[in-house]
Design a protein around this ligand. Structure first.
Ligand code: FAD
Length: 474
């Protein structure tokens, strides 16, 4: 009798425990992907990615003599139909750790078992299970550094598994829907047109990205990872988000490198991978992380309603070049450099005083790497409302951040082409440039590029006052 192998956020053959286990049963395997109603929790950018990733996964499975069956609907209903059609007696999957996923998987497991079907789940989305790290008193970590220490003390993450070389097929393949039926790709206007030039979704693209990074950008990572115009970050996050590569594969690829990569670069990179683990640890223990302030004190924060400010932020028309470059990089490529994510998030929350949940939701919809744990934890971190958060009163100045991390303005010039010819001295502060300098660069401030949506100095005082009010009233 066949085994159903249910793919979710693990769209890979390498280091895939459920898949290795399925192949090892020696029984026919039916690989399945279920498209949940309303795209499940996936935003529009990630739907684009998913489409291409499923194409790639289908091809890889074909090379093993197998196929990918596509079905849509609520998972429980889809699975029971497929079980009835195929006579399968076992369902295997890799665990996911977002609260909705945990909830629906445990309901499903109980229902399957109730029907006499074997249901098995495996690890692989994280380096260690999110419940594994415990404080001395048995609680969970709220601060990263002790979490990292506990992580270091808990042993090397397991070695990645090799994929099987073949997968037994059923005598008769069940029907499959087609990807085009699911309409995952954006229609007009095709705002994802540029994505194709930046990304190669799928396991092969992920592995290539990892190899390129390990042999290139990793060297210098510890310091240069903060400079958005430089190629010193891995850009592996979207591949990780849908599980085209496992964190263990990445971790082990940075082991035993020839002496030309300094150890501080490897450690610094691994520490970022562990921020992802820490985010899942927080989400696991505080499932409301995407919705509720971790710090209760922020419950009464006087957020402003500012639809115009929000729109300008989303479109990259705030008049602050580094913020606009980041938001346009996000729109054009589905991704944004981490340093710039921090700057734009701080700008939304502190300069515009707009609730971080608006930003979290925009990112969820437009990031190809949208991740329920990292996105929520990072927004709360920037806002000051999270666990181990940056203090609210530490407010990024978008001009000096730009000057420090994009000193020549190369990043701004790339994503805000209307400023491309502006003198470097003013590239992060066009609103202070003399008229002649602007004219020479072909800029008509207020027309070809916006005036600042808000005066940073005033906004800073306003944010501090709001925060002081909170501190007094709590
Ligand atoms: P690298 O620097 O090459 O790091 C390697 C990997 O480590 C990343 O792929 C990622 O998995 C992990 N990582 C790196 N930095 C962080 C971090 N600060 N927190 C958690 N994991 C990290 N990351 C997401 O994957 N999805 C999100 O939805 C997301 N939303 C964010 C929202 C805000 C407001 C901020 C400030 C950060 C957010 N991040 C998110 C974290 C971080 O910006 C990205 O993981 C990183 O920029 C991805 O690029 P990279 O793969 O080149 O990172």
């Amino acid at each position: 009798t066949p085994v159903i192998l249910w793919f979710r956020k693990d769209l890979r053959l390498g280091d895939n425990r459920a898949l290795v286990h399925a192949a090892a049963t020696g029984r026919p395997v039916i690989p399945l992907y279920i498209h949940e109603p309303n795209n499940g929790p996936l935003g529009r950018a990630q739907c684009w990615w998913l489409h291409h990733s499923l194409v790639a996964l289908g091809r890889s499975l074909e090379r093993l003599g197998s196929r990918l069956i596509l079905r849509s609907g609520p998972p429980q209903a889809v699975l029971s139909t497929l079980i009835a059609e195929s006579g399968a007696t076992e369902v295997l999957w890799n665990r996911r750790y977002d609260p909705d996923g945990i909830e629906s998987d445990s309901v499903l497991k109980a229902a399957l078992r109730g029907d006499g079907i074997t249901a098995h789940s495996f690890s692989g989305q994280l380096l260690h299970e999110p419940s594994r790290m415990k404080t001395g008193t048995g609680g969970f970590y709220r601060v990263y550094t002790p979490f990292w220490r506990a992580f270091e003390n808990s042993g090397e993450p397991e070695e990645p598994l090799q994929p099987p070389t073949a997968m037994p097929a059923p005598d008769v393949w069940p029907d499959t829907e087609t990807l085009d039926d699911w309409r995952l790709l954006p229609t007009t206007p095709d705002w994802a047109a540029e994505f194709r030039n930046v990304w190669t979704p799928g396991e092969v693209g992920a592995r290539r990205r990892l190899q390129d990074f390990v042999s290139g950008g990793l060297q210098g990572y510890a310091i240069r990872r903060d400079f958005p115009a430089e190629p010193h970050v891995s850009m592996l996050s979207p591949h990780l988000a849908l599980g085209e590569i496992s964190p263990a594969q990445i971790w082990h690829a940075t082991r035993g490198l020839a002496g030309d990569v300094p150890v501080e670069d490897v450690t610094s990179f691994r520490k970022e991978l562990v921020w992802r683990e820490f985010s899942y640890h927080l989400l696991f223990h505080f499932p409301e992380l995407p919705r509720r302030n971790f710090s209760e004190k922020f419950g009464g924060f006087p957020w402003r309603s500012d639809p115009d400010g929000l729109r300008r932020w989303q479109r990259g028309e705030t008049g602050y070049p580094i913020v606009d470059a980041g938001m346009r990089q996000l729109w054009q490529t589905g991704w944004m450099h981490n340093r710039v994510r921090m700057i734009v998030a701080s700008f939304l929350v502190k300069d515009l005083l707009i609730d971080w949940r608006e930003g979290e939701s925009w990112f969820r919809d437009t990031l190809v790497d949208a991740d329920p744990a990292s996105n929520a934890a990072s927004w709360q971190w920037v806002s000051g409302s999270g666990a181990d958060a940056a203090p609210f009163f530490r407010i990024f100045n978008p001009v000096s951040q730009g000057e420090k991390f994009d000193p020549e303005g190369a990043y701004v010039r790339k994503f805000v082409p209307e400023l491309a010819r502006l003198d470097t001295r003013y590239i992060h502060r066009p609103f202070e440039a003399p008229a002649a300098v602007l004219a020479k660069a072909g800029i008509d401030l207020g027309k070809t590029y916006p005036q600042p949506v808000v005066d940073h100095k005033m906004a800073r005082e306003r944010a501090l006052a709001a925060f002081r009010g909170l501190a007094v009233s709590s």
